[in-house]
Design a protein around this ligand. Structure first.
Ligand code: CLF
Ligand code: SF4
Length: 515
């Protein structure tokens, strides 16, 4: 059995790529993400049991550090849903684990299993199969479990992951455990049915439709019961919550406490995606999503003994690839039928060994740089936006960025705190001047932007907006460079060359990303 406290300590070792300065200040409790050091290798097993380490070490959602190196895929085998969320339109993917606005190609279990083999043989670092919609997997139990069963038989090294609204969860916990589905996500947006009534107009349960507060009371009880039953069986549970300003934003602190006390391993607070063109209740009523600062403040408030996931990309229900990239178009039903599928376990393992070596090099470089921050006393913390294609390096041209990764750096170390979607500045080989404005709005809270290369015009525009473009770390490791930059920044502040000012807020991109 995994207890909440064990989870907390264990998780800090895994999720905390966060390079915290001052090995000597290690308290041994590993308690707080913000103020305690994590002396052991953040990429290593730390004090996790071997069983838990096996489950999380190459799961891109359960380990922030792994998400730079390992990929996941979803198969859209679950079209039906048994509840209605005000942020969902059935025409689109489930917002729990996907962006609205992208219609999935629905698959039968046999097609899905073939797709998994096709992806596994093309992308050897794809380690996790998730079923996350486009409806609710447990409202489509036969298709969901049949798919998992087929994949388990033919590709035994792939981890199985399930995401659900939780209504039917207690009925399927034993089946989940028997099938060795080690990762389950439950979307829990409230524990107070009065709050729930503003999010869920109805549920369909035991052949009956429930509405209003009663619907949310049943849903909440089932979600929390399902969570307890899973954690009692040692299954790692992540809780997703959609942050809806003015509806459940502050309430999510209470949700965080409730799920933590029931042994949840990880809490992922995601911004509401809401736009009129989605045709959702919230979209049509003009309900806004949070700003970058509002989201970060809530995540910071909830961060304590249970780590917060901050690298979620709100993937679509047929996403394929590293988080933040989407290769689903390469694996349509038509294309996979034509592919010569060769699932080669030995080749996959050999490739992943190389990935592990690269991953260790990233962590070692960061730790070396981190050691130079020991003893640094400063209250300053800054955000840095990074142009990256993955692998933990600054390896993307400014004009080609579709998503910046954002790191927070302070005297305590560096950590990944989010990502910002943007329009390409460079489109079809030409600079798109208007998009610079949207890029600036997306990273307006950042002091600097790290790029592999940048042209003269955007450089000038960024400087005018007060964001320093930095290309001197091109192709270097992100966190090592971020810490090096931070040390220089402190020197410039101390010498009077730069006046440190907190920057403003930034916009989180709303709406679907189709790419
Ligand atoms: Fe998929 Fe979800 Fe499993 Fe990950 S996604 S079912 S836990 S394998 Fe990950 Fe995507 Fe965020 Fe989900 S980034 S939406 S948290
Ligand atoms: Fe939509 Fe998912 Fe909510 Fe069902 S659980 S209504 S599919 S967002």
């Amino acid at each position: 059995m995994i207890t909440g406290n064990h989870n907390a300590n264990a998780l800090l070792r895994v999720m905390q790529p966060m390079a915290l300065a001052g090995c000597g200040s290690q308290t041994g409790t590993g308690k707080s993400a913000a103020g305690k050091s994590s002396c052991g290798s953040a990429a290593g097993q730390g004090d996790l049991t071997p069983e838990v380490w096996e489950k999380v070490k190459n799961h891109p959602c359960y380990s922030e550090e792994a998400h730079h190196h390992y990929a996941r895929m979803h198969v859209a085998v679950a079209p039906a849903c048994n509840i209605q969320c005000n942020y969902c339109n059935r025409k689109y993917d489930c917002s729990n684990e996907s962006r609205p606005g992208v219609v999935s190609e629905r698959l039968e279990p046999e097609q899905a299993a073939r797709k998994v083999l096709a992806v596994a043989s093309t992308i050897p670092q794809m380690t996790v199969l998730g079923i996350a919609g486009p409806g609710d997997p447990l409202a489509n139990p036969e298709k969901t479990f049949k798919t998992f069963e087929l994949v388990q038989r033919t590709a035994p090294d792939i981890k199985l992951c399930l995401s659900t609204n939780g209504l039917m969860l207690p009925d399927y916990v034993d089946r989940i455990a028997e099938m060795k589905i080690d990762h389950v996500t439950i979307t829990i947006n409230m524990i107070d049915p009065q709050v729930g009534a503003k999010i869920y107009p109805w549920i369909f349960y035991n052949h009956k439709r429930y509405t209003g507060v009663e619907a949310s009371r049943i849903l909440s009880e089932r979600q929390l019961l399902g969570l307890e039953m899973l954690t009692e069986r040692g299954i790692l549970c992540k809780v997703n919550s959609v942050m809806i300003p003015g509806v459940n934003d502050r309430h999510l602190v209470a949700v965080n406490k409730a799920v933590k006390s029931r042994g949840a391993f990880l809490h992922n607070i995601m911004p509401l995606i809401s736009a009129p063109e989605h045709g959702t209740v919230f979209g049509l009523s003009g309900q806004p999503g949070p700003t970058a600062q509002e989201l970060k403040l809530l995540q910071d408030d909830c961060e304590g003994e249970m780590q917060m996931m901050r690298h979620c990309r709100q993937c679509r229900a047929d996403a394929v690839g590293l988080l933040g990239e989407d290769r689903s178009a390469e694996f349509t039903a038509e294309k996979i039928m034509e592919m010569d599928v060769k699932y080669d376990l030995a080749a996959r393992e050999a490739y992943q060994e190389k990935v592990e070596m690269k991953r260790e090099a990233v962590v070692a470089a960061r730790n070396t740089e981190l050691a130079t921050l020991a003893g640094e006393q400063s209250d300053i913390s800054i955000l840095i936006a990074v142009a990256t294609k993955g692998g933990g390096r600054i390896n993307e041209h400014f004009g080609h960025v579709k998503e910046f990764q954002v790191y927070e750096v302070s005297a305590q170390g560096s950590k990944f705190v989010g990502h910002r979607r943007v329009d390409n500045y460079c489109q079809g080989g030409y600079a798109e001047e208007d998009s610079l404005e949207t890029v600036v709005r997306a990273i307006n809270d950042c002091q600097a932007v790290f790029v592999a290369r940048i042209g003269g015009c955007p450089r000038k525009g960024l400087v005018e907006a007060g964001i320093e473009p930095v290309d001197r770390y091109a192709m270097e490791y992100i966190e090592q460079s971020a810490i090096a930059y931070f040390k220089e920044y402190l020197e410039r502040v101390r010498s009077g060359e730069v006046e440190h000012k907190q920057r403003g807020d930034a916009e989180l991109r709303q709406g679907a990303l189709i790419a």
